[in-house]
Write a protein that binds this ligand. Structure first.
Ligand code: PMP
Ligand code: GLN
Length: 381
């Protein structure tokens, strides 16, 4: 393993999911739903397979049906118009989009400012690009970005801001004021921006607004999202990029040599998913809102300090009130202590002190599973 990837051996998600399987624990670690997405979308994938749609290499930028549906979705929810032929790119999940965008846009030595705690692939992909990550720490209990601190982190080497809202793992959703301030700094310093919006439809408090919609942002923003979270098909790995023709073409160049193309039949099915009626999106959000409240109340009753998320399907907690200090040690022993798996937030920080006692729980699980997990966690005290 080269020096760039030193210390990045196995992702925490793989480690903790393996621990859940080995111990038969309830897995509130890795973020994936325990109920698959809509039947009609699954049927669309089966139909595509049977009818031979996408069984051979689909077009490099993605199948036209899906690119059109992505452009329609951006118009329908955000009033953003995109040319499906030049301003939309289909990727192997948001993960590939993040990798391809960073590899396409960065020069070695460039600095990338990203909110810490960071989703784990950011640090790895910035490293693979030979660039330097510069964390802007979101601090408990509010986990808001300090915009003066953001300004102070910008240097002549800063090339790019990597903005994740709704934010994994804290659940922070940037307000219109925060977005405007970020946009202003990006314009003032002529920075590129990558936005990771995979939880765009999972907002319970406030609303999601794409940065690309703000003045001066369209020409500098690579917006990324994915079908995994919105439609509960995390295994399908269908993601996408929207942006100007120049930015999308740059990302496509890198993508060509990472995967070339991705999962043909699933692209047709995701095109149908994106066109589901508003009621699908509203019901999905309402269901997860209830689950957020259920797990938050349960964790609080079990003695955790709970930081209520505005979005995503994760709850960050602090274990200090339980008489514990080290979230990583806590998560390694939690399965044997009570049969539940969670993720230590420390792995998402460079500043390990800041996240030491934080532990993340996922609530994208059936109600009875969450209730059982809460009951088990009660035994901790
Ligand atoms: N970004 C964030 C913030 C995530 O939490 C995840 C995990 N789903 C991804 C990107 C990756 O998305 P995908 O599964 O579509 O690759
Ligand atoms: N995004 C998911 C999470 O944060 C996991 C995705 C993965 O395993 N890479 O839990």
């Amino acid at each position: 393993l080269n020096r760039r990837l030193e210390g990045m051996g196995t992702t925490i998600f793989a480690e903790m999911s393996a621990l859940a399987t080995a111990t038969g624990s309830i897995n509130l670690g890795q973020g994936f739903p325990d109920t698959d997405g809509p039947e009609e979308v699954r049927e669309a994938a089966v139909r595509a397979l049977r009818e031979g749609l996408g069984n051979q290499y689909p077009p490099g930028p993605g199948v036209p049906e899906l690119r059109a549906a992505i452009a329609e979705h951006q118009q329908r929810f955000y009033g953003l118009s995109h040319d499906p032929d030049t301003e939309v790119l289909v990727t192997a999940g948001a993960t590939e989009a993040i990798a391809a965008a960073l590899l396409a846009l960065l020069e070695p030595g460039d600095e990338v400012i990203a909110f810490e705690p960071f989703y784990d692939s950011y640090a790895a992909c910035i490293a693979m690009a030979g660039a330097v990550r510069v964390p802007l720490t979101l601090r408990a209990p509010a986990f808001r970005p300090d915009l003066d601190e953001l300004r102070s982190l910008i240097t002549p080497r800063t090339r790019l801001l990597l903005v994740n809202t709704p934010h994994n793992p804290t659940g922070t959703v940037l307000t219109p004021e925060e977005l405007a301030a970020v946009a202003e700094l990006a314009v003032e310093h002529d920075l590129l921006v990558i936005t990771d919006e995979v939880y765009e439809h999972l907002v319970f408090t406030g609303a999601h607004h794409p940065l690309a919609a703000l003045p001066g942002m369209r020409e500098r923003t690579v917006a990324i999202s994915s079908a995994g979270k919105t439609f509960s098909f995390t295994g399908w790995k269908v993601g996408w990029v929207t942006g100007t023709p120049a930015l999308v073409s740059a990302v496509r160049t890198a993508k060509q040599y990472l995967t070339y193309v991705s999962a043909g039949p699933f692209q047709y099915a995701v095109a149908e998913a994106l066109r589901l009626p508003d009621s699908y999106y509203a019901d999905f959000r309402a269901d997860l809102h209830r689950k957020r409240d259920l797990l938050a109340a349960g964790l609080a009753a079990a003695g955790f300090r709970v930081f209520e998320p505005q979005g995503t399907y994760f709850i960050t907690t602090d274990i200090t009130p339980l008489g514990e200090k080290d979230g990583t040690a806590f998560c390694r022993t939690l399965p044997e202590r009570c049969g539940v798996v969670a993720i230590p937030n420390a792995v998402f920080y460079d500043d390990t002190e800041a996240g030491l006692s934080q532990v993340r729980f996922a609530f994208c699980k059936r109600t009875e599973v969450l209730e059982e997990a809460v009951e088990r966690l009660h035994g901790l005290r």
